[in-house]
Write a protein that binds this ligand. Structure first.
Ligand code: GDP
Ligand code: MG
Length: 798
């Protein structure tokens, strides 16, 4: 129409109803609807002036018509944003590509379903700004799973300028299925032939250039893990965007006479409906209608002539089904695979010598029907053992550092509430938690390794049967394992489970997967009370969580979600050695999150807890003790006996003060409910504050205990807990109490963030309340049984 970059456009007039508008360009007049005109970027005179002002080389008040060259440059700059969407199967390397291109640090994992949301990144290349979106992986674009719908919606509504279809070159046949559907949708695209290194390693021969010409889509070999080919890929995207690509053309996949006739009939009917947006391909709509796609059907129902369209559809489908003796959707699927088969037969040559790959070799052991489980448990055990043992060293260093800082403040600041707040509240509270950072990092290193190497998918595979026994889907396993890291992303990852029932059960039992926030409590208590068997106690706790999860899943399945499930399909990607960089990235990400929490929730909670335990300042009881202290001190020179009385009195005073503080009152109030589990008021209080985030349990304990310390030396939380006694001299903590307490922490109230994730994902706050209710009751029941039965056992036999 003559709207070419760098040419001057003049608005001649608006039509009476403001649409269309008449323009003059290159000496002739055209009229355009507003909606269409919007697709053309024009720089106004004012914008041009603005530009000049910024450049500062011309007085703005006096507008001078710019030269063609100048206008051209501005127009170019405006039009240089390219919206790109990454579409491809799960596990084909989209996120790696996204990360490499945009410099982001998104989670890369060697199994399906890591990316559940679209992630957006921006970067510059050759003067263009790329806005690139990493979409969730899908095998097709039918409307079955949430991801499929998500991707389709994104393509239809956001209308990216160019789609990069990421294709796993080592698995062409399956990956090209999605490509076929994208061709149907008439997307402008470039294919990233990713994992090209694997294709070459397998010794297969692939003439991608001729396939590329056949499909009318440029193809670029890439290895997104190393970045090979990515620059060429984006060069090609620019060419496609500028419509300067020699290969680019839109082809129609030939579905065979019978299906094509159906498509043609419906297409003709659709054309009669004037108002279908031009951005959506009518051929695509026809195909989807024939496939009985629910989404498209709903959309069509919005049109006045929906009736006649659907009638025409029904007429054609029944005709097709009669002729082909199979249902329409299957017919389309078969036809697509036929198309792919034909295309590959001409261009792809499989390596004849089928070597036993290392993946197959490893799998003979790892997924072996007898060896599989012991290997899995061994892995888990190593994971926890290393988390505990190796973590001890850096933990000692951090502990030392926190102690040094605390001492420094203690010795340099003058006495008063501010000093108490800083030393006991903030350093005590936050310091008590920060020491566990190394443990959490190690745990995450293991989880990342298992995800990235492909072992996680095997674990899901061998667990499938067990999962079914629990009334779950094999796919539930991955969110459940992710739950060991943090329940919140795990709940989000459960989105990939197609069946709503399985998804709900998975979410409801996820809080029983012991997340890393609970680790500090375990490490503290099992280190203090089970020093020799700490690793095993840790494993036992995790197993207890899993065991309870199994039971609860069965209960939920039995009473809440009775329906049967769709069969389990899960692929086993080849093993890949994860890059050290990707593991470091995950660890760094987690460290960041943890430190963030430290500075946020935990800092605030520590201050509030300190405040509640510090005030009210004076009580009559304390005044009485103060008087006694004063009496002793009056004597002047103190005998050693008097010295001792004095320090006893001081300690007594501190205890009394805490009991009378606000937090003491709250603990006291909870006491009747929690004492049958063996907990004293300090534990009760820490459980309450731990609802915000479970790390806070430890920081509460450290604030409460450190508050009792005399001012010499850095206090050791575990030592002080071991030495703490009730008024009658019996110890507050015994191994049994510690166990009961750890179990309670494992099970009760998932943190606030987890509850809100459940509410969000289930779409109802009722499920959030339900989870809170059942976990608290279950925690109480388990701890009650363990403590009471344990006490009885000790009384009888020891
Ligand atoms: P996504 O599910 O499509 O987002 O895929 P990811 O980016 O999470 O990658 C899946 C796995 O494939 C990871 O283990 C990557 O390290 C690995 N990977 C990605 N690109 C390549 C590649 O080009 N070659 C090889 N050999 N591995 C790759
Ligand atoms: Mg991904």
């Amino acid at each position: 129409m003559g709207f070419i970059r760098g040419k001057e456009v003049e608005v001649v007039k608006n039509a009476p109803l403001k649409d269309p508008i008449q323009y003059r360009i290159l000496g002739y007049d055209v009229s355009l609807r507003r909606s269409d005109a919007q697709l053309i970027d024009v720089v106004s005179a004012a914008e041009y002036a603005e530009e000049q002002k910024a450049a500062g080389d011309r007085p703005i008040d006096q507008y001078i018509l710019p030269s063609d060259e100048e206008l051209r440059n501005i127009a170019l700059k405006k039009g240089k944003i390219i919206n790109v969407a990454l579409v491809g199967n799960p596990n084909c390397g989209k996120t790696s590509l996204f990360n490499f291109a945009s410099g982001a640090h998104e989670h890369v994992g060697n199994y399906s379903g890591v990316t559940v949301d679209a992630k957006e990144g921006t970067f510059q290349h050759k003067g263009y700004t790329f806005k690139i979106v990493d979409l969730p992986g899908t095998y097709s674009l039918s409307a079955y799973s949430p991801e499929e719908l998500y991707v389709r919606k994104h393509l239809n509504e956001e209308q990216p300028d160019v789609v990069i279809n990421v294709v796993d070159a080592s698995n062409l046949e399956r990956n090209l299925y999605l490509t076929c559907q994208l061709i149907d949708m008439d997307e402008r695209m470039v294919i990233a032939l990713n994992m090209y290194d694997e294709l070459e390693r397998q010794g297969n021969k692939f003439d991608y250039e001729s396939l590329s010409r056949m499909l009318g889509i440029p193809m670029i070999p890439t290895v997104s893990r190393t970045g090979f080919g990515i620059e060429a890929l984006f060069d090609r995207v620019i060419q496609v965007y500028e419509e300067a690509d020699p290969i680019l053309r839109h082809i129609h996949i030939n579905y065979g006479d019978i299906l094509e006739k159906g498509i043609k009939n419906i297409n003709a009917t659709l054309k009669k409906v004037a108002d279908i947006p031009t951005s959506i391909s009518k051929r695509y709509l026809s195909i989807k209608l024939l496939e009985r796609d629910k989404e498209v059907e709903t959309e069509i129902k919005n049109f006045p002539q929906a009736e006649s369209i659907l009638q025409e559809r029904d007429r054609n489908t029944s005709q097709i089904e009669e002729l082909l003796k199979q249902d329409c959707e299957t017919a389309f699927t078969d036809a697509r695979y036929g198309f792919i088969d034909g295309a590959l037969r001409e261009t792809f040559q499989r390596n004849k010598i089928r070597e036993v790959t290392s993946t197959q070799l490893i799998d003979t052991f790892v997924t072996h029907k007898i060896l599989g489980f012991p290997i899995f448990i061994l892995f888990m055990w190593i994971m926890f053992e290393v988390t505990f043992r190796v973590g001890e060293y850096p933990m000692g260093w951090i502990e030392w550092l926190v102690g040094v800082i605390g001492d420094f403040m203690r010795n340099t600041m003058s006495d008063g509430p501010l000093k108490d707040l800083l030393v006991d509240g903030i350093i005590g509270g936050v310091g008590g938690v920060i020491v566990f950072l190394p443990n959490i990092l190690i745990l995450y290193a293991f989880i990342s390794f298992m995800e990235d190497s492909g072992y996680m998918a095997r674990a899901a595979f061998i667990m499938d049967k067990l999962m079914h026994k629990m009334g779950l889907h094999g796919k539930s396993f991955i969110p459940l394992v992710m739950g060991f890291g943090c329940n919140v992303p795990a709940i989000m990852a459960s989105r990939t489970i197609e069946s709503r029932n399985s998804r709900m059960i998975t979410m409801l039992i996820l809080p029983l997967m012991s997340c890393s926030a609970r680790l500090p409590i375990y490490v503290l208590l099992s280190g203090a009370f089970f020093p020799k068997q700490a690793g095993s106690v840790l494993l036992m706790l995790y197993l207890a969580g899993i065991f309870l999860a199994i039971i609860m899943a069965r209960v939920f399945k039995r009473f809440l979600f009775k329906e049967e499930d769709v069969p389990f399909v899960m692929e086993l990607p080849p093993y890949r050695m994860p890059t050290g960089k990707s593991i470091m990235l995950h660890m760094w990400e987690k460290a960041k999150q943890y430190l963030h929490k430290m500075g946020g929730v935990i800092l605030v909670a520590s201050i509030i807890i300190w405040f509640l335990s510090y005030f009210p300042l004076h009580s009559p009881e304390e005044a009485e003790i103060d008087r006694q202290i004063a009496q002793v001190e009056q004597v002047g020179e103190l005998s050693s006996e008097q010295q001792e009385t004095l320090s006893l009195l001081e300690h007594h005073k501190a205890t009394v003060h805490q009991k009378n503080s606000y937090i003491g009152m709250i603990g006291e109030a909870l006491q009747p409910i929690l004492s049958p589990l063996g907990f004293d008021w300090k534990m009760s209080v820490s459980l309450m504050t731990g609802m915000a985030a479970k790390e806070v349990v430890v920081s509460t304990l450290s604030v409460l205990y450190v508050g009792e310390a005399d001012d010499e030396g850095s206090p050791q939380l575990d030592k002080m807990m071991k030495e703490d006694t009730y008024d009658d001299g019996t110890p507050v903590f015994t191994p049994l109490v510690a166990l009961s307490f750890m179990l309670f922490v494992l099970i009760y109230f998932p943190c606030v963030a987890t509850v809100s994730a459940i509410v969000h994902e289930s779409g109802s706050w009722k499920w959030g309340l339900f989870v809170i209710g059942y976990t608290c009751l279950l925690a109480w029941a388990v701890s009650f049984v363990v403590f009471q039965a344990g006490s009885l056992f000790i009384a009888l036999f020891l």
